[in-house]
Ligand binder design. Sequence first.
Ligand code: ADP
Length: 608
Amino acid sequence: MKTYLRVLSYARPLGLLAPQYILYVILQSVFSVFTLAILQPVLTVLFQTKEKAVAPVDMPAFEWKLSYVKEVFDYYFLNMMQDDPMRALTFVCIVLIISIFLSNLFKYLVEVIAAIVKAQVISNLRNTLFGRLMTLHIGYYTEERKGNIMSKVTSDVQEVEASVVSSLKAVIKEPIMIIGYFAMLFFISVKLTLITILIIPVSGFIISFIAKKLKRKAHQSQETLGRISDILEETLGGMRIVKAFNAIDFSKSRFGTQVNNYARLNISMTKRFALASPISEFIGVGVVALILLIGGSEIFDGNSSLEPESFITFIAIFSQVLVPAKSLSGALSNVQKGLASAERIFSIIDTKPAIVNIPNALEFKSFNDKIEVKNLRFGYQQTPVLKDINMTIKKGEMVALVGPSGGGKSTLADLIPRFYDANSGDIFIDGQSIKNYEITSLRSKMGIVSQESLLFNDTIFNNIAFGKPETTYEEVMTAAKIANAHEFIDQMENGYDSTVGDRGGKLSGGQRQRISIARAILKNPEILILDEATSALDSESEKLVQEALGNLMKNRTSIVIAHRLSTIQEADRIYVLQDGEIVEQGTHQRLMEKDGVYQKLIKIQSVS
Ligand code: ADP
C-alpha cells in the first residue's frame, strides 16, 4: 500500500484532476445505469403491459430520491403511452440516445484524465530516477549490473505505466461503477440483490488467489529482463572479442538461458493472470442462472412483487455488473505487477549517494598552493588497495604515478576528484580537506583524460563542448587545434558536425583520444589527471597525442599515470606504487641511481 501511494504521489501536480476524475466516474456510472434502466419502459411499450395503467394526472412533487426520477419519467411516459404508444417509444428512444451519449462522453473524459495522470506519473518517475542515477557515486555502477539498471529505467517504468491506469480503475472507477449498478439493483429488487451480493466474498477470494504470488513472479521476471539487457549490452560492446574467441555459441547459450527463463516466468504468470477473467465470468453467469431460477419461479407462482420487465431489466443490469467486476480483478493483478516494478525502481531512488556535500560546503574557487595526501587508506571492499599513502603536489608540478599493474594508481587518481572517499586519512587541497569543498566546484577545476576516451554518439562539436552548451564554434576549434585534432576533423565530410558513432567507433583510438584532450582543454582545468592516456595507442598516434597532452599540461598541475615510462621522465617527481604503497619516490635521475623497482621497470621496457 505504501509503495502504491508513493507511485501515485508522482502524479503531481494533480490540481483539480482527482476531483474531476471522481466526478466524471460518478456521472459515467449514473448514465450507464440509466441507459440500462431504460430497458424497462422499452419492454413495457413493446409488450403493451401498461395499456390499462392509469397515468398520473399531476407532476410528482420534488424529492431527493431515486424514485422521484422514476416518477417523473412515468408521468410523461405513461401519459404518452395512453395517447400514442409510438410516441412513447420515440420518447424512450430519445432519452436512451441522450443518456448513452452522456455516459460515453464521461467515459471519454475519465480516460483522458487517467492518461494525463499516467503521463505525469511516468515523466516524474523517469526524471527522478535518472536524476538519482546521476547523483549516485561511481562505486554504485561497478557493483550494480548495468543491464539491470537499464531495465529498471525502461521496462520497469513501462510496467508501472501500465499499472497506473489499472490502479485508478481498481481503486476509484470500478468500485464506483459497481456501487452505481448495485444501487439500481436494490431499487428494482432488494431480495434478489441480496442474493447476488453473495458473489462478493467469492470473487474476493478468487482475486486474492490470483494476485498472490503474482508480485513475486513479476519481480523475478523483471530481474531476468535486466539480465537479458545486461548480456546484450556486454556482448554488443565486446563484439570483436566474442568473434575473435569464437565465443558465439557461448554467448548464445548465456543469452538463451535467460530468454528461456523469462519466457517460462511469463507463461506461468499469464496462466494465473488469464484465470481472472474467465473465472469471474463463470461465477457471474452462475449467479445470473441462480437469479433466473429464483426470480422466475416466483413469477410463475404468481406471488412475485416483480413485474417480468423489471425482472429482465434486473438481469440485464446484473450482467453488466460483471464487466467492472472482471475489470477490477484484472486491474488488481496488473497493480501487483506494477508494484513489483515500482519496488525495483524505488530501490534505486532510495539508494543514498555515498559521496555528498557536507552542509555549508565551501566553493572551490581556484587552486593556489598544493595538494596533500596524508596517511591515506582505501579499499573497495575489505581488502585494502591503498595503504598509508603520503604525497604532496605543488601547484604547477607534474607528478607521475608508476608501478606494476594493480598497484592502486588509478584508485589513487579516483580519490582526488572524490569518485570515492578514503577510509582513513585524507586529501587536502590548499589546506582544506576535499570533503569540505562543494563537489561540483571541485570537479570543475579538474580535467580527466583516461585510457578509454568516452565519446558519445553525437557530433564532434558536441563531444568537445560536452557539458558546456554555450560554447562557440571558435572556442571548440581553438581547443581542437591545440589538441592536434583540427586537421583530421577538418578532413571529415561534415567537419565538426560529423557524428562519431557509438562510443566514437567511427574514429581511430588516437583520434578519439585527441577529441577527449580537446574536451579537457576547453574545460581549462587547473588540475589535470591523465590515467594511461596514451597506453592504448600505436606509436604514430601516440606521438600526436603526446604532443597534444604536452600542450594541455602547459602551465597546469598534473598527475600522470603512465605505463610507458619514457613519457614521464620530465616529471618533477615520480611515485612508484606497488601493492598499495609508495615504495620509491624522486626524479627520474634519482630513481635511476637506485637499484629499485623503478630501475627494474625501465629495464623491462627498454628490452621489450
Ligand atoms: P592500477 O591502476 O595500479 O593498475 P588499480 O587502482 O586499477 O591499479 O587497482 C588496484 C586494485 O584495486 C586492484 O587489485 C584491483 O583489482 C582493485 N580494484 C580496482 N577497481 C575496483 C573496483 N571497482 N572494485 C573492487 N576492486 C577494484
